[in-house]
Design a protein around this ligand. Structure first.
Ligand SMILES: N[C@@H](CCC(=O)N[C@@H](CS)C(=O)NCC(=O)O)C(=O)O
Length: 240
């Protein structure tokens, strides 16, 4: 009953992180296979999973392919109702779906101007007005979710849910670019950075050397603002 998840480079593939968290956080069995998203073999690697063109792609234990993170999320929630992927409360669940869908379809400026990278903190980055508007929208949505919390944890709806899965890479962008958010949003970001599953993903990301990553060129680099992992190759890098 093991799924396979086809992923891209852990250091950069925000959607792959989402896909993997869906398994890791809810105790669902998965084996990952990494494509050469950055090494140049991506198109060739993906031929085996046509018609999927992007990662992540899930292969069910029966061999059925599912692409797109929202579709993967709903498929897993349907197949594993006992795992509690969505909040138990009906209204919380509807809101959690809304938040995940808005993330999946939106936040274009944040995604375009602050590409996900888990290597370092980019110092002195000034967010554009469009990114600032995205940050304000995030804070509005996260604050609204708190009104539906079941009180059982520090996540958007209390217990960790698929909504948190969709915002984990957003938290990484806020951390990696030092984006300004209020105390409640910052606490939520820090919660993701300290999460054992997120740390495990990042620790694996750091085992792959990227001598000249394309992000943050021209900016100084500081250490990653979350807990340090054993391998921190970029912690002291000043420029790339
Ligand atoms: N909407 C897709 C987005 C997936 C996506 O953009 N994946 C990126 C990696 S993070 C990718 O496969 N890029 C390869 C390319 O654009 O050729 C989803 O939800 O899974």
């Amino acid at each position: 009953m093991t799924y396979t998840l086809i992923i891209g480079d852990r250091a950069f593939s925000s959607w792959s992180l989402r896909g993997w968290l869906m398994f890791e956080k809810f105790g669902l069995p998965v084996e990952t296979r990494m494509t050469g998203l950055y090494s140049g073999t991506f198109a060739q690697d993906m031929q085996a999973y046509a018609p999927a063109r992007l990662v992540p792609v899930m292969v069910t234990p029966e061999g059925h392919l599912v692409g797109e993170t929202l579709a993967i999320a709903e498929t897993l929630a349907e197949r594993h109702p006992e795992a509690g992927l969505w909040p138990a409360d009906r209204d919380a669940r509807a809101t959690a779906r809304w938040l995940a869908a808005e993330m999946h379809a939106g936040f274009r400026a944040l995604r375009d101007e602050c590409p996900c990278q888990l290597l370092f903190r980019i110092e002195g980055f000034t967010p554009s007005p469009a990114v600032q508007a995205d940050l304000a929208r995030l804070e509005e949505l996260w604050a609204d979710a708190a009104g539906f919390s079941d009180g059982s944890g520090p996540w958007l709806f209390g217990a960790y849910s698929l909504a948190d899965v969709f915002y984990a890479p957003v938290a990484a962008r806020i951390a990696g670019y030092g984006l300004p958010v209020g105390p409640a949003a910052q606490a939520y970001v820090d919660q993701h950075l300290a999460d054992p599953a997120f740390r495990r993903w990042r620790a694996e990301a750091l085992t792959v050397p990227y001598p000249d990553p394309p992000y943050g060129r021209g900016y100084e680099k500081g250490p990653w603002p979350g807990p340090a992992e054993e391998v921190e190759p970029y912690a002291t890098a000043k420029t790339v």
